[in-house]
Design a protein around this ligand. Structure first.
Ligand code: HEC
Length: 122
């Protein structure tokens, strides 16, 4: 968390950020950069550096993670509480220790942007 706050503060000042809180002055691109960094740190080991999954977890480009099937709150809940295995046979997803709400929001925005850019596999 501390690292992200510092990162956001740097980003904000680099953009000539004013008195507003760092997160408010974050532009979309900066949010996605922060989201990618948190994704790599907290999620990529299982969901894959390219979001296409690993032997430990599913691809986020699977159609089942399309926003209408898994809304953004599913990401917050997954990170905070973990996920009992139900769609796949990878096993349970553990709760992710040490991730903040801001980091989860940034990761979610990042995953959505890649889904939009790459499209979904059937
Ligand atoms: C230790 C491996 C592991 C890590 C790390 C991990 N996941 Fe998962 N995740 C899984 C597995 C396995 C599933 C599939 C569970 C199932 O449905 O069978 C899953 C499923 C999910 C789902 C679907 C939840 C649902 O309601 O079906 C979301 C959203 C998700 N993960 C988000 C994340 C995010 C965000 C991160 C990083 C902050 C993350 N995961 C890190 C293993 C992991």
């Amino acid at each position: 968390m501390k690292r992200l706050v510092i990162l956001l503060a740097i980003v904000a000042s680099a953009c000539g950020g004013t008195e507003t809180s760092p997160i408010v002055s974050l532009g979309v691109e900066d949010l996605l950069v922060a989201g990618e960094e948190s994704y790599v740190r907290f999620c990529a080991a299982c969901h894959g550096p390219d979001l296409r999954g690993t032997t430990l977890g599913p691809s986020f480009l699977s159609i089942i993670y399309e926003p209408n099937h898994h809304a953004d709150f599913a990401f917050a809940s997954a990170a905070k509480n973990g996920v009992p295995a139900h769609h796949w046979t990878f096993g349970d997803m553990p709760a992710i220790p040490g991730i903040s709400d801001d980091e989860i929001a940034a990761v979610t925005a990042y995953v959505r942007s890649v889904q939009e850019a790459e499209g979904f596999d059937e």
